[in-house]
Design a protein around this ligand. Structure first.
Ligand code: IFM
Length: 459
């Protein structure tokens, strides 16, 4: 399965999950620092205080990134490191870190792809209402402007926000992520509306202030639904469920179209408006136009998926058979999601697609001989990449793939117990050990593809 010669091969991370250095250089607490300190919130009481200590080990980590042969690295910026008060004065030391990181990447011919919000907004912003405060959109745009002023002479690729479905759904509805709120449906929809405004204002700010041509997108996540069998009616069922606001019961936020229709079409979907009734936000004049800024790409984070077929009463979800492969998160292994997800997204939103995150949660350790044999990860990535290649062969405009993640890191409410890295991190010594999957991914990139043969992880 050969990928195009200009394909973007990348690897990803985020600030709170790897940086550590929580109070270095004037950085103030983010909502995640606060959340981690609340008893019972995070597995084992783990925090991101040290994480992978990436801030102090950045040059060596960039060496590991470059060693993969990737042409892109997706990182996120910590808002409280750059503007410790949330608004106002910029920390030169904080911004300086990203300055050096960008230069180090470029020195290795790796293009930085910068996410501006990966969930760690300053506690100072939360103290003023966070995303529930309509002004948050302006505060975010102000911070984005400062970053763009400083880095856009060397950075072209920008991602406004990461996974609104998760930080709204888990941070503002179930309370299982920071800031730990359990808002009513009406309030959570209002917070989500402000997030979408922030996304639009950020995209506009990037275009207005960037010093070089830009490539602007976002990185949502949402249920990917694949047909459960080969019938054309199952393809229709999957497509319909994928863009329903409520494909599954429960938390309203885990869907594609509430957020994406707003971002791309400038309107909230009818079925959502009907379902939410008077809880739906009432956009002010100009809001929807502000939200729907032109985007250059649709960045999809994809790990798992659902399956569907046409039932007697319309599309219905189909369970995976008992004993099917699942990740440590208990997410079904669903490689076909990297075929149907990009295909359905490109068809509906008519934007080039980048897979902004994809990877496997497992519990890897360093063997007696010093090797980390994460064969499950190799098998997982191989299966998913083959499906992505199939989508490209069938004409879907997929331009890049970012593996999550370069390093094992702080997996939010799960603390350090889940490992997603291509590189193992010993959290006591902070020693990095490239896993078998690191060598495998490096070979995939240098060979521009995945062998069609069944994958045999090699050490
Ligand atoms: O680690 C997270 C990341 O921060 C956002 N997307 C999903 C990943 C795995 O859970």
């Amino acid at each position: 399965m050969t990928f195009p010669s200009d394909f973007v091969w990348g690897v990803a991370s985020s600030s709170y999950q790897i940086e550590g250095a929580a109070s270095q250089g004037g950085r103030t607490p983010s909502v995640w620092d606060t959340f981690c300190r609340e008893p019972g919130r995070v597995h084992g009481g783990h925090t991101g205080d040290v994480a992978c200590d990436h801030v102090n080990r950045m040059p060596a980590d960039v060496g590991l990134i470059a060693g993969l042969g990737v042409n892109a690295y997706r990182l996120s910026i910590s808002w409280p490191r750059v503007i410790p008060g949330g608004v106002g004065e910029v920390s030169q030391e904080g911004l300086g870190f990203y300055d050096r990181l960008v230069d180090a990447l470029l020195g290795h011919r790796v293009a930085p792809w910068i996410t501006l919000y990966h969930w760690d907004h300053p506690q100072a912003i939360q103290d003023r209402g966070g995303w529930l405060n309509r002004e948050s959109a302006d505060w975010f745009a102000e911070y984005v402007g400062r970053v763009v002023d400083r880095l856009s002479d060397r950075v072209a690729n920008w991602i406004t926000i990461n996974e609104p479905q998760i930080f709204i759904g888990m941070g503002h509805i179930t309370g299982t992520h920071a800031p730990g709120l359990e808002l009513s449906r009406r309030e959570s929809l209002l917070a989500a509306h402000h997030v979408m405004l922030a996304h639009g204002k950020a995209a506009q700010t990037i275009r207005e202030r960037a010093k070089t041509p830009t490539n602007v997108g976002w990185a949502p996540v949402g249920a990917v639904v694949s047909p459960a069998d080969g019938h054309e009616s199952s393809v229709d069922a999957a497509r319909e469920l994928m863009f329903r606001v409520s494909p599954t019961e429960g938390n309203w936020a885990f869907n594609n179209s509430w957020f994406a229709d707003a971002a791309v079409f400038g309107r909230y979907p009818e079925d959502g408006l009907r379902a939410f009734g008077s809880d739906a936000p009432e956009p002010r004049a100009g809001d929807m136009e502000q939200i729907a800024q032109p985007l250059d790409f649709y960045g999809a984070n994809t790990y798992t998926g659902l399956r569907a077929r046409q039932g007697a009463d319309g599309p219905e979800a189909v369970e995976f058979p008992p004993g099917s492969p699942r990740t440590m998160f208990d997410w079904p292994v669903a490689p076909e999601s990297l075929y149907w997800g990009p295909r359905f997204l490109a068809e509906r939103y008519k934007l080039p697609v980048y897979i902004m995150e994809n990877g496997l949660a497992s519990m890897d350790w360093v063997g007696e001989d010093g090797q980390v044999r994460d064969m499950g990860r190799i098998d997982f990535l191989s299966r998913y990449l083959k499906q992505l290649g199939r989508a490209i062969n069938d004409g879907v405009d997929v331009r890049g793939y970012f593996c999550w993640s370069i390093l094992d890191n702080f997996e939010w409410a799960e603390g350090y117990r889940m490992r997603f890295g291509l590189v193992h991190v010993d959290y006591q010594t902070l020693l990095r050990t490239p896993k078998a999957s690191y060598a495998w991914y490096r070979d995939v990139i240098s060979g521009r593809g995945v062998s069609a043969e069944p994958c045999q992880g090699k050490m």
